[in-house]
Structure formats: structure tokens, C-alpha cells
Ligand binder design. Structure first.
Ligand code: COA
Length: 535
């Protein structure tokens, strides 16, 4: 494969300015992560540690193979909501390796409101289970939770993807042959009791773990019976009397070592084969992405410059290089794994959509994972393009992406606006992972376009009534829309609501993608079958 020849002058003022601004963005990102990871109240952390318990992330670090990374998902979930009282939404989820097996880990953080569940906690838990299901990954639940955060019950209890979905998923995962292990390290109340009860094997920690459908206060109120939590559903009860748990652990460390021992005996099913080659670092440094990533989305960036700093050896076998230049397609390797890349390079036209759909077909027929690099304002508008069938051709691209049964990874490196988000494997298209860069933006359209549209609509409404819109009203509507879109379009707003799987440092992109591809090989990929393409 040929090496991309970068046109970037890293000594130029433009590059250096961008880099400087990007480093400020990164500092902000890193400080938000640090504040979130350390965001639980000091008193709650002290109480937790005094009980001899390990913190959620320390538990995970002990569980995974030493020296291997843990890919934490959606660290900034619930960020900026609930007066920031739910750092990481009170749960840590991600992908780690245990005895060489990629595993989904779901760990309650009991120092955040007793590990209780708000809407975002549920979405994180369910999303992690979905990743386990889609990729056939074993799942470890490190349970330490008071169940539903009761003041928010209407937002977490009754709906299809609410609390009840955990146990539905557990049953379906079990039927699909996905091993699930629970370690009960604290409270496990009410519906939460089904997490260990529906696992293949359950470990419970002495004098810390409890499992019951109704806690002591509820039992007292309902039946008048007085009982301690330990007598009702402690480790001794469940490992010797009820049989709800299988392994008795002296403390967190012991429980984790039992879990690791269980993993030694787990069988992995059939893996998907992918021709791997030796890993080569990109020829152009990944840190140069800071000087190139678009901070001002009005400025265009040649996406080959981004690709050159993500793929092995900066080598890229471009497909249809001379045709439909607003999308760049081609083959490359990331940490030795073959990938097909689709990257935006401007607005989507009819021919761009056709090129994209053709390339998706190549990747599905060759069984190569797809990487979507999003920086897209949307599809082209106007009479000429409608007449030429932009909707018809766009539909082909959307159809191909939706039906592509190879792992899809989406990285938003710039803007993600309009139907371009859909065609480029936005969240609704079930990408295996969707990641944002700190500079990225996502909304139905850009703020300025939305302001123009709304002003135009308002003007026409008033004209129909024989009135006119004053300049002051126009200015004030524009200002309020711009502010709203600026706030709601930010990557932080998105990640807080679980529209993505997390914000990442651009320099980590290739490592994160490689980990995603490695995990996607745990299940044989289904054949792709397309339906009717409108010709
Ligand atoms: N809903 C809302 N808030 C809850 C809660 C729940 N289910 N369970 C705990 N909390 C809050 C507490 O009010 C407290 O908030 P604060 O820090 O603002 O004061 C915080 O979580 C920690 O609770 P605390 O009781 O001090 O911690 P603990 O470690 O000693 O005990 C529990 C944790 C979860 C064992 C205990 O709080 C408990 O039993 N909660 C009720 C569990 C329950 O019955 N759930 C049923 C819901 S399905």
C-alpha cells in the first residue's frame, strides 16, 4: 500500500495555532475526566474504604490481566446534570481482558448515592450488555448498589429499556451462551437481586455482600419481622442456606481472585478470522492530529490527513480517488487489523452516496470492519440536486450502512449534522462503538442554519398575517438559537446522554479502534443481506 503524502506544514502558524487551541481543549477534557473519576463525596469514599472495600475502578484494575488496558466507556455520562452529583452516573462500564478473554465489566460505584440507578446509569448498564451480546463477550457484574434512585423512579422503572431490561438481557445472553459472573460486593436489593440470581456463577463477600428482594426496613413494615441485613441475605445465608450464591469470599481481593479463577475454565466460542499483519506505527505522529483536527468547523480539513495519523504506516489503498471527492474511501490497517475507511471530505452529493454504498458492499463481501470518520454537514440541498435524485441515492448509502453485517466503528472528528449522521453510521445505525473527539459537535443541523430556517419560517408566518418581523426580533431569535445549539451540540452534552460510547483523545483513536476490532472477533459475523436499493 502507498503511504499518504501529507500536505501539512507542521511548522506553519495555522498548524501551531490549531495545536495550541486543541491542547487547551484537551486540558479541559482531561480535567473533566479527573474531576469525574474523583467526583464522589469525600465522606462517602472514606466510609467505603473504612469498611474494607475497594473503589469501583480499583476493583476493575485487580480483575483485569495485569499490564492490560481497560477501555472505560462513557466516563462522562450524566456530566453537567443532577448538579454533578452522579459522576459517571454512578457506574463504571467497559472492556477489559481477563485471562486473555475480552470481557464486559459493569461495576456499581457505591460511593455515588449508594450506587443507585438514574436514567443514565441504566443506559450505561444496558449499553454494556448490548456490547456483550453483539460481540459475544463474557460479562462480569461487580454489584454494590441500592437499586433504583427512588426520587427518579418514573424515569428508570417501567419502560422497555429501563431497569427490568437488565434481567431480560441476562436471560437472553445466557441462552446465547454468554457467560455471566456476579461478584456481590455490597448491597443488591429488590430487582437488583436478580443480577446475581441470573448469573452463571455468583461470588459474595463476607459481611459486605447482601442479596434480598426486600431489605430489613421493608420486611419490618410488611410483616413486622425484625431481622438484620446479614441474617436476611448475607454471604453466609446465600452460600450455605439459600444457594443464591456459589462462592464465599473473605474480602474484595479474594472475590476478584475467585472470579479470575472462574475465567480460567471458560470456553471461548468460534472466533471470526481476520487476516492480521504486523503492527506498524503511523509514519506521521498521532500527536499531529492536534494541529489538524477541525476546531472551527467552517474550515475544511482533508480527511486523508486524519487517516494518515490513525492507520499503520500511514498507508492507504484509496478506492475511487478521482471520483466523488467529498468522501474518501479505502483500505488500511489499524494495529495490524485490516479495515475499510469511509471519511467525509465535504457535503454529500449523489455520487458521493453511490461511492459510499459501493465501498460498504466491498467491505461486507470481503468481511472487513468499517471505520466511519465523520465530519459532515449533511446532504446537498437545492432543486438541481433533488431533480438528480439526491434522496434516492442517499437512501442507497443509508440502506447499505444499515444492513452491513461487519463491525462498524464511528469516530466523530468534526461535525455530525443532519442525515449525514445517519449515512455515516450514527448511533441509530448500531455501530459497534461510537466515539467523539473533544472538538466534535453533533446536532440536527448547525446553529446558524437552524437560526436561518427558524427566522425564515417566522417571517413567512408573519407575512401571511400582513405583519413583518423586526430586526430586533430576528437578532434575538438568532442569538437564542445559536446559544442553544452551541450548548446542546457539544460533545459533552452528547456523552452525558449516552449518544456515544465516550469522548477520546484523538491520539488514542487507533488504540481504541484496535481494541474494538479485537473484541468484535469473538463472534462470527453474520452474512450481509441487502434489500431493495432504489435505482
Ligand atoms: N434511592 C435514593 N437514594 C438512595 C437510595 C435509593 N434507593 N439508596 C441510597 N440512597 C442515597 C442515600 O440517601 C444517601 O444519599 P446522600 O449521600 O445524599 O445522603 C446515599 O445514597 C448513600 O446512602 P447511605 O445509606 O448513607 O449509604 P450506605 O453505604 O450506608 O448504604 C445502601 C447504602 C444502598 C445499602 C442503603 O442506602 C440502602 O439500603 N438503600 C435503600 C435500598 C433500597 O431499598 N432500594 C430499593 C430500590 S429498588
Amino acid at each position: 500500500m502507498y503511504r499518504i503524502k501529507s500536505q501539512i506544514d507542521t511548522t506553519s502558524e495555522v498548524f501551531q495555532n490549531n495545536k495550541k487551541q486543541y491542547e487547551a481543549l484537551l486540558n479541559e477534557f482531561r480535567s473533566r475526566i479527573v474531576n469525574t473519576v474523583n467526583g464522589a463525596p469525600k465522606k462517602a469514599v472514606e466510609k467505603h474504604v473504612q469498611r474494607g472495600k475497594l473503589l469501583a475502578r480499583d476493583r476493575i484494575n485487580l480483575l483485569v490481566d495485569s499490564g492490560t488496558p481497560f477501555l472505560e466507556l462513557s466516563t462522562l455520562a450524566a456530566y453537567g446534570s443532577y448538579e454533578n452529583q452522579f459522576p459517571s452516573a454512578g457506574i463504571v462500564t467497559g472492556i477489559g481482558v481477563i485471562h486473555g478473554k475480552e470481557t464486559i465489566i459493569i461495576a456499581n460505584d457505591a460511593t455515588v448515592k449508594g450506587g443507585t440507578y438514574i436514567k443514565e446509569t441504566i443506559r450505561k448498564h444496558v449499553r454494556a450488555q448490548e456490547i456483550a451480546m453483539e460481540n459475544h463477550l463474557p460479562c462480569v457484574y461487580m454489584v454494590d448498589s441500592g437499586g433504583v434512585f427512588l426520587p427518579e423512579q418514573s424515569k428508570v422503572f417501567p419502560d422497555r429499556f429501563d431497569f427490568g431490561r437488565f434481567f431480560y438481557n441476562q436471560a437472553r445472553m445466557s441462552a446465547a451462551g454468554i457467560p455471566q459472573i456476579s461478584i456481590v460486593m455490597g448491597s443488591c436489593t429488590a430487582g437488583g437481586a436478580y443480577v446475581p440470581a441470573m448469573s452463571d456463577e455468583t461470588i459474595i463477600v463476607r459481611e459486605q455482600g447482601t442479596i434480598f428482594i426486600g431489605g430489613p426496613p421493608l420486611v419490618k413494615a410488611a410483616t413486622g419481622e425484625e431481622v438484620t441485613a446479614e441474617e436476611l441475605g448475607g454471604a453466609d445465608v446465600h452460600t450455605s442456606i439459600s444457594g443464591t450464591a456459589d462462592h464465599f469470599a473473605d474480602d474484595d481481593q479474594h472475590a476478584i481472585s475467585i472470579c479470575r479463577n472462574i475465567f480460567e475454565t471458560l470456553e471461548i466460542g468460534h472466533k471470526q478470522h481476520l487476516n492480521q499483519i504486523e503492527i506498524e506505527e503511523p509514519f506521521y505522529s498521532v500527536e499531529e492530529l492536534y494541529g489538524i483536527a477541525p476546531i472551527d468547523l467552517k474550515k475544511s480539513v482533508d480527511s486523508r490527513e486524519i487517516i494518515a495519523r490513525i492507520v499503520d504506516g500511514s498507508r492507504f489503498q484509496e478506492f475511487k480517488a478521482r471520483y466523488a471527492p467529498t468522501i474518501v474511501t479505502g483500505f488500511a490497517h489499524i494495529m495490524g487489523f485490516p479495515v475499510g475507511i469511509i471519511a467525509n471530505n465535504g457535503v454529500l452529493f449523489s455520487e458521493t452516496a453511490l461511492k459510499g454504498a459501493h465501498f460498504v458492499e466491498l467491505c461486507t463481501s470481503r468481511k472487513i470492519p468499517l471505520i466511519f470518520l465523520q465530519n459532515i454537514t449533511g446532504f446537498i440541498v437545492g432543486k438541481e440536486y433533488e431533480h438528480k435524485g439526491i434522496a434516492r441515492d442517499g437512501a442507497k448509502f443509508v440502506h447499505a450502512v444499515a444492513n452491513a453485517n461487519v463491525p462498524k466503528f464511528t469516530v466523530v472528528f468534526g461535525g455530525s449534522f443532519g442525515a449525514g449522521n445517519y449515512a455515516m453510521a450514527g448511533r441509530a445505525y448500531d455501530p459497534t462503538l461510537l466515539l467523539m473527539w473533544p472538538n466534535s459537535k453533533i446536532s440536527v443541523m448547525g446553529g446558524e442554519q437552524a437560526a436561518d430556517v427558524l427566522i425564515q419560517v417566522k417571517k413567512e408566518q408573519l407575512q401571511a398575517q400582513g405583519a413583518e418581523m423586526s430586526q430586533t426580533d430576528m437578532d434575538s431569535l438568532r442569538k437564542s438559537i445559536l446559544e442553544k445549539y452551541e450548548y446542546e451540540g457539544s460533545a459533552y452534552f452528547s456523552t452525558s446522554r449516552l449518544w456515544d460510547d465516550g469522548i477520546i483523545d484523538p491520539a488514542d483513536t487507533r488504540k481504541v479502534l484496535a481494541m474494538g476490532i479485537a473484541m468484535s472477533l469473538n463472534k462470527k459475523w453474520d452474512e450481509t443481506k441487502y434489500g431493495i436499493f432504489r435505482m
